[in-house]
Design a protein around this ligand. Structure first.
Ligand SMILES: [Zn+2]
Length: 147
């Protein structure tokens, strides 16, 4: 039996890297934190980011003091608001992942038959919009493996 061990990741654990769709050439591009080694508690979220695309060579830097989440439902990265690469429709919602680690986290959750969760954790905000609304684990697993 596969076991899901909740090690306390939050959605912020996955924000050092976003896989996004390049707005210029539509290839898979990346938004990455420039300094991954800072120890400041709040720095990781607001640390400068760089968008870069290997497909067309586009690149762009982000260095602001606040993050604006787009109000519409389309999943985008928090910095440049480009469409996330890893997204798929699921039960009328869109399941999304920031990057491959995040996707693995979702997959290990939906695959596991035995889920160990921390009683105090806010699990729902970590695995994308669809997950908790979706009571049907099989459907979610299928969507996750389709990426
Ligand atoms: Zn590109």
């Amino acid at each position: 039996m596969e076991r899901f061990k909740d090690s306390g990741e939050t959605i912020y654990s996955f924000q050092d890297e976003f896989l996004v769709q390049c707005p210029r050439c539509q290839a898979c591009a990346i938004v990455r934190r420039l300094d991954p080694h800072t120890t400041d508690l709040f720095a990781p979220l607001f640390a400068p980011r760089r968008f870069s695309c290997k497909g067309c060579g586009a690149s762009k830097d982000w260095a602001e003091k606040e993050i604006r989440r787009s109000s519409h439902n389309e999943p985008t990265d928090d910095y440049f608001h480009y469409a996330l690469w890893l997204q798929a429709p699921c039960c009328g919602e869109v399941l999304w992942a920031c990057n491959l680690q995040h996707l693995e986290f979702i997959e290990s959750f939906v695959r596991a038959e035995l889920r160990e969760r921390r009683p105090d954790s806010k699990f729902g905000c970590r695995i994308g919009v669809c997950s908790l609304a979706c009571q049907n684990g099989c459907n979610l697993a299928r969507t996750a493996t389709k990426f």
